[in-house]
Design a protein around this ligand. Structure first.
Ligand code: GTP
Length: 914
């Protein structure tokens, strides 16, 4: 044992240096200060003398801790029992309320039907509302009390944990002393410095490899499991080439028993075989009919034949499409079932069923529905009338068209390159990173070879391709996802090492999580003097992005986009992440994918950049993209060269479309251009219908009905003026009974409601809740367009009350604030005896003297009150319209500043329609 200084020994004992010094002096061992050196013999003597004392101390603390722990345990058990009882009571109360509401609705609908007004609905009876609210108030009180108790327990837990750590430390020292082993005592208790210490010191590459192996094992286990649990499914398609495979030389015969007995993994593959057989049979039949028609020279039958041909084509298309969508082929093969598009007009319906329109109109009339040939029928009417006629129909919703299930077998699938989107906070270096990457991908001789911007770029690393979507940021990503286009396999999250995690970093993480896309973190700007890459790692842990070297699943790479440091490493990491994902697609099929960018080029006409997801796209293909269609005149790759084909994960520009599609539109190649055209026209028609009744997203008003229909989750996007409000709301939700509806806060942040929030809410069917914040003009418009429910509150309990009430279908009549006008403060005047007057310009609507106003600064409401004066020049006026200037005095508020916005509004009560 070597000599030691006093403070070192004190540290080992877990004692104060002073305390130890005095004990040493008591032992008559020479030591002046904490820095004095003790000889080896003296250290030994001190240890012997102090050991029993330390052990005793530890035992005392031990007993104390045990006592506290016992008391806490008892208290916790009691609290748990109380909480359970409260919860059960709350559930009972809620159930009773819901039953009452159900009974009321049933009663009211029965009575209204009797009165011959099937559509009229009544407001909920006032009594249950008030009782509901009082019970909610009680619940809130209870929740408050429970919260206090929880905090007290947390504090006690923390105290106990501290004591326990102290005991452990002392015990370790005592034991160590007893054993005389210095080594064991040197680390009494591992200090929890890092949030997630690495369990083993393997390199990140090794752990990645093991992760890949684990993932592969998991996938194959899953597959084996699926096969084992689905013995009645169809076998693998024999010689299957998928929909776009070879089409000649086979004899097709429906083979239903084989389908029924099969034990393979993809029943859609079977459907595809059947579809092909069916189609071939139909084509043959049609050809025979055409030959027969041509040889028999019966002119008068021409019209009839054309009609027959039309009908045959219709049948064929419907059957084909249905199978592509994974619908039970029986429904299609059964000729008596007619598929009617949702929103069909009376005329279309009659044509599909092959009956005179007048007949349909008459039957509708008998049901009390007066409709003309061009008016659309509801799903219910379509089914009722068909039933009345003794016909079977299936109403096909527009969504079905997008729910294409491709029939690829394992053999069809080939590895494909990853598609990457770069996200991150403003100025953290997204564009610079993309530039650096693109530069890396360009071979030396090709410097400056990127001649064209097509919305995506392709980089080759050792013969492996990575496709980057050029628009950085999560707006584009989420906008695409909101339209059903999931094109990204990996997200590169750029975080500046000198700035750390920022609001948009968090937003990007939430967007990535909502889309279930893995994140690779590029810690950028490491060349900067203030760069602290480790701090970035630590901050990200809080948001569930945990570095692999700390035991998490996210790969991190330190880079400098500016100095091109670490870019190769980043690209390799992306490829490793892609390996984990085992990305595959069938290249031997008719191409399909999504539009990532589109514009109208003066010289070239409509130009769209598409990302091929399946199949191979070639010049000459008949393609439909959203509501536009055409034959591919030419393909242009990201380097501006004409391409002969584009395979899965390839971005390519296509020329030859009839109009400009929208980013996020699905594109698909058809064998026949007429089919492409037909689908495009159908989509255009449906879009018009959709515009008339845009898909309504989840709203608090219809939460009860959604629960009744089986909805079990309520997604929320929460925006607030301070972080505290978000935390308080989260706490309150945690305490709510979520046995029937689980409440998920999918994104929360401080700040006003933005357009991105609306897009995220639309993509995730969420409601937006705002506390003391306002939506931006863009967000308001987007919410209106997307039918996203934005709820703005001043206090948290209002929001909780609303959600609670909505769950039992008892939302009180809605108090809405009707916005009247918006004024921008451009100057502030000091008027003696009156105070500060805001010199304003009305940018929207009009503001009246009687309006209430809120003063908004940076999307946050900072004051709300009344107008004290409204003037134009020297005159008092009643209203001021858009594009006029005026002076506004706000009652009780003097702190108005240039740049503030004054919003006028009125409070109105709106009857709920439900
Ligand atoms: N020192 C240093 N500066 C960098 C680095 N990467 C980017 N920058 C600088 O950071 C600033 C922002 O970079 P951008 O690439 O435009 O950032 P961005 O995230 O695309 O920004 P927005 O498009 O505005 O969201 C620029 O001035 C860059 O020169 C880096 O690695 N080191």
């Amino acid at each position: 044992m070597a000599s030691m200084r006093v403070h070192e020994l004190a540290k080992e004992f877990g004692m104060d240096s002073k305390e130890l010094l005095s004990r040493i002096q008591d032992l008559k061992i020479p030591a002046k200060s904490h820095a004095s050196v003790l000889s080896e013999d003296n250290v030994e003597a001190i240890k012997k003398a102090i050991a029993p004392e330390l052990g005793e101390k530890a035992e005392n603390i031990d007993a104390e801790v045990a006592k506290i722990a016992k008391a806490e345990k008892e208290a916790a058990a009691k609290k748990k029992a109380d909480e359970e009882r409260e919860r059960r009571e709350a559930v009972e109360r809620e159930r009773a309320l819901r039953d009452a509401e159900r009974a009321r609705r049933a009663g009211s609908s029965a009575s209204s039907q009797k009165a011959g007004k099937p559509t009229e609905r009544k407001k909920p009876a006032p009594a249950p509302v008030s009782s509901g609210l009082s019970s909610l108030a009680r619940q809130i009180e209870e929740q408050k009390a429970a919260e206090e108790a929880r905090r007290a327990k947390q504090a006690a837990d923390a105290r106990a944990a501290k004591l326990a750590a102290e005991v452990a430390k002392r015990k370790a020292v005592a034991e160590n002393l007893a054993r005389g082993s210095k080594k064991a005592a040197s680390k009494p208790a591992p200090a929890a410095k890092r949030p997630a210490p690495a369990p083993k010191a393997t390199s990140s590459f090794d752990s990645l490899l093991s992760q890949i192996e684990a993932e592969k094992a998991r996938i194959s286990a899953e597959k084996a499991n699926k096969q084992a649990t689905a013995p009645t499914r169809a076998p693998k398609k024999q010689g299957g080439k998928g929909q776009g495979g070879k089409r000649g030389g086979h004899h097709f015969e429906p083979d239903v028993p084989e389908l029924a007995n099969a034990a393979g993994e993809d029943r859609y593959a079977q459907m595809a075989v059947q579809a092909e057989k069916l189609q071939r049979d139909k084509v043959l039949a049609e050809a025979r009919a055409a030959v027969a028609a041509a040889s028999s020279n019966e002119g008068e039958g021409r019209r009839k034949k054309r009609k027959e041909k039309r009908e045959a084509a219709q049948r064929e298309r419907l059957a084909m499409e249905a199978i592509e969508k994974g619908i039970d082929p029986d429904l299609v093969l059964d000729d008596s079932v007619v598929e009617v598009m949702q929103g069909s007009t009376v005329g279309e319906f009659a044509e599909l069923l092959g009956v005179p329109s007048n007949d349909v109109i008459k039957r509708l009339f008998m049901l009390g529905q007066v409709l003309t040939v061009t008016q659309t029928m509801t799903d219910e009417l379509i089914e009722l009338i068909a039933d009345d006629m003794g016909r079977k129909v299936r109403v096909v919703s527009p969504e079905e068209e997008y729910a294409v299930v491709y029939n690829d077998t394992e053999d069809d699938l080939k590895p494909r390159p990853p598609v990457v989107t770069v996200m991150g906070h403003v100025d953290h270096g997204k564009t610079s990173t993309l530039d650096a990457i693109r530069h890396t991908g360009v071979a030396a001789g090709e410097a400056g070879g990127i001649t064209q911007h097509i919305g995506a770029s392709v980089v080759n690393i050792d013969g492996r391709q990575i496709t980057f979507i050029d628009t950085p940021g999560h707006e584009a990503f989420t906008a695409m996802r909101a339209r059903g286009a999931q094109v990204t396999d990996v997200i590169v999250l750029v975080v500046a090492a000198d700035d750390g995690v920022m609001p948009q970093t968090i937003e990007a993480i939430n967007h990535a999580k909502a889309a279930n896309v893995p994140i690779v973190v590029a810690v950028n700007k490491i060349d900067k003097p203030g760069a602290t890459p480790d701090r970035v790692r630590q901050e990200l842990v809080e948001y569930g992005v945990i570095p692999e070297e700390w035991g998490g699943t996210n790969m991190f790479v330190d880079v400098s986009a500016k100095q091109r440091i670490g870019i190769d490493d980043l690209l390799e990491t992306i490829l490793l992440q892609a390996d984990v994902l085992e990305l595959k697609a069938n290249p031997d099929a008719l191409a399909s994918g999504f539009v990532i960018e589109a514009n109208l080029d003066k010289g070239r006409g409509p130009v769209a950049t598409v990302l091929v997801q399946r199949g191979t796209l070639k010049p000459g293909d008949a393609v439909v993209a959203g509501t536009s269609y055409g034959r591919v005149r030419a393909l242009v790759d990201p380097r501006g060269n004409h391409a002969t084909e584009a395979r899965p994960s390839d971005p390519v520009e296509i020329l030859g479309l009839s109009s400009v599609p929208t980013a996020g539109d699905e594109f698909r190649v058809f064998e026949d251009e007429r089919d492409a055209r037909k689908l495009a026209e159908e989509r255009a028609l449906r879009e018009r219908l959709k515009a008339q009744e845009a898909k309504t997203h989840m709203s608090l008003d219809d939460l009860f009905s959604r629960i009744e229909e089986g909805t079990t989750e309520l997604n929320l996007v929460v925006k607030a003026d301070v972080q505290g409000s978000i935390e308080a709301l989260r706490d309150a939700f945690d305490k709510m009974d979520q046995s029937e509806v689980k409440i998920n806060i999918i994104h929360s942040a401080v700040g006003g409601v933005t357009e991105t929030d609306v897009t995220l809410a639309a993509a995730s069917d969420a409601i937006i809740i705002g506390f003391n914040v306002r939506p931006t003009a863009g967000a308001r418009k987007a919410a209106e367009h997307e039918k996203v429910d934005i709820r703005l509150y001043r206090v948290i309990y209002q929001a909780i009350e609303d959600i609670n009430a909505a769950r039992v279908g008892m939302l009180a009549p809605e108090i809405v604030e009707r916005d009247t006008g918006i004024a921008e403060v451009r100057d502030v005047f000091r008027v003696p005896k009156v105070g500060n007057i805001a010199g304003c310009y009305i940018t929207e609507g009009e503001i009246s003297r009687d309006d209430k106003v809120r003063v908004v600064r940076d999307s946050t409401v900072i004051f709300e009150g009344k107008i004290s004066s409204l003037r134009r020049f020297k005159d008092d006026v009643k209203t001021v319209k858009q594009s006029y200037e005026c002076g506004i005095g706000v009652e009780g508020y003097q702190d108005i500043k240039v740049g503030d916005v004054i919003e006028g509004f009125r409070i109105e009560e709106v009857e709920r329609t439900e």
